[in-house]
Design a protein around this ligand. Structure first.
Ligand code: NAD
Ligand code: HSE
Ligand code: NA
Length: 436
């Protein structure tokens, strides 16, 4: 990477949609201030979009449909990628990094699968790779993990990292709104991915969990290492069951670094719906807001909160990275490189301790509770609380467990579903947080 001497930092922007459009607007409105902060003017060298003819608002001289040509042009210092998806973006960014161009990207899907080779390409040429916008939108979260907490030992990162699903679950919980109408609204507001199944099926949150676990635990964790469940299976019955217990349902990403009884360390990363008490701070996080807890040995508990999706909030994180890259270029230095020295193994979901809430419709007769309790005991699962309510010839039984390996809890639920006395397994969901 070369130092720039007094000249402008030249930026190739790839993609000018929800986020890219806001980056262009803020660069135009705040260009003077950003130049003062960066130490050099920051100028657009070109903008690649799929259909240049659809962008009358942009200077025609800057527009191109040929991103591959733009990223390695001699007059480009930095590539800002806001297209999304893996191919062809991966090839463009590898070519840019190999040519010594620094990269700023919001592309979590790409980073969760290919950050290793992107960092290696950046190292080979001495370029920077920044991606604050890829996780939790505007919230400064990756920079604290990469830099501020580099002297501490992080043990847990847990929170709401997908705005679209949080928007949907919040609306279903508070107004009883339907699933699809709320998803359409989240897309209209610019929160959802181009293919919103990436949001509702948990792929987007799983990509973010992989990025968070990699940075927090100094280990390469990819999307394939993350246990993933989305919100498509969350029903009105689940929300009603949660409400009876004073809980609500959130889609959480949970990344942990644990040491087992033999002193062996591993990491785990998972994304799934969770029932949490309404008194929990995450329960109050509504709409497209995100919130993430970080626990570290010396720092204790930290919480990060703010807008996790949307054009302007995401552009804020992109521009912060752009200023950082520009400062590095002006000073002739580099930002943080990949830190994967711990190289810890990934623990499978089945061995991860979780707690379950199980809501059952059962026959209202003697011995039923004993049979259900026996199924839990047979799998070594200890029960924390049981509630029973009677209605005609049926009863509803709610069981909340203590921590047990997830595989043991799954087997217990499978066995309970087959008991003659159980009419229906109404709701099964993992729980976090203590009841008041
Ligand atoms: N929207 C958000 O709230 C948000 C938040 C954080 C991260 N992100 C990420 O930011 C990225 C962009 O998201 P968005 O919501 O702005 O998407 P978008 O669909 O609104 O915009 C995508 C842009 O990419 C361009 N493009 C597509 N294919 C191209 C090609 N082959 N060559 C050149 N240009 C091409 C399109 O013309 C468009 O301008 C994605 O990686 C997304 O995951 C989005
Ligand atoms: N689709 C993503 C955008 C922010 O990364 C979300 O809803 O959170
Ligand atoms: Na962020």
């Amino acid at each position: 990477m070369s130092k720039v001497d007094g000249r402008a930092i030249r930026v190739a922007l790839l993609g000018c949609g929800t986020v890219g459009g806001e980056v262009v607007r803020i660069l135009a409105e705040q260009g003077g201030e950003l130049a003062a902060r960066a130490g050099a003017p920051v100028e657009l060298a070109g903008i690649a979009v799929r259909r240049p003819d659809k962008h009358p608002e942009l200077p025609p001289g800057l527009l191109t449909a040929d991103a591959a040509e733009l990223v390695t042009r001699d007059d480009v210092d930095v590539v800002v990628e806001l297209v999304g998806g893996i191919e062809p973006v991966r090839g463009w960014l590898l070519a840019a990094l190999r040519a010594g161009k620094s990269v700023v990207t919001a592309n979590k899907a790409l980073l969760a699968e290919h950050s290793g080779e992107l960092f290696e390409a950046a190292d080979a040429s001495g370029a920077d790779l920044y991606f604050e916008a890829a996780v939790a939108g505007a919230i400064p979260l990756l920079r604290p993990l990469r830099e501020s907490l580099a002297g501490d030992r992080i043990t847990r990162v847990m929170g709401i990292v997908n705005g679209t699903t949080n928007y949907i679950l919040s609306a279903m919980d508070s107004t009883g709104a339907g699933y699809s109408e709320t998803l359409d609204e989240a897309s209209r507001l610019g929160y959802a991915e181009a293919d919103p199944t990436a949001d509702v099926d948990g792929y987007d949150a799983a990509s973010k969990a992989a990025i968070l676990a990699s940075l927090a635990f100094h280990t390469r964790v990819t999307a394939a290492d993350v246990h993933r469940e989305g919100i498509a299976e969350v029903t009105a019955a689940d929300l009603a069951a949660a409400r009876i217990l004073g809980r609500t349902v959130k889609l959480l990403a949970i990344c942990e670094r644990v040491t087992d009884d033999n002193g062996v360390e591993s990491v785990s990363a998972r994304v799934h719906p969770v029932m949490i008490p309404r008194s929990h701070q995450l329960a109050g996080v509504g709409g497209a807001f995100n919130a993430v807890y970080v626990e570290a040995d010396a720092a204790g508990e930290l919480m990060f909160y703010g807008q996790g999706a949307g054009g302007a909030p995401t552009a804020s994180a992109v521009l912060g990275d752009l200023v950082a890259v520009a400062r590095n270029r002006v000073a002739g230095g580099r930002g943080p490189r990949e830190s994967a020295h711990a190289a810890l193994p990934v623990r499978p979901m089945g061995q991860t301790p979780t707690r379950y809430h199980v809501s059952l419709s059962v026959a209202d007769r003697a011995g039923v509770l004993a049979q259900v309790a026996q199924a839990f005991a047979g799998h070594g699962v200890s029960i924390a609380a049981v509630r029973q309510r009677d209605a005609d010839d049926r009863a509803s039984l709610v069981v909340v467990t203590h921590l047990a390996p997830d595989a043991a809890l799954q087997s217990t639920v499978d066995e309970i579903g087959k008991l003659d006395v159980v009419h229906e397994v109404v709701s099964v969901m993992r729980v976090e947080g203590e009841d008041q």
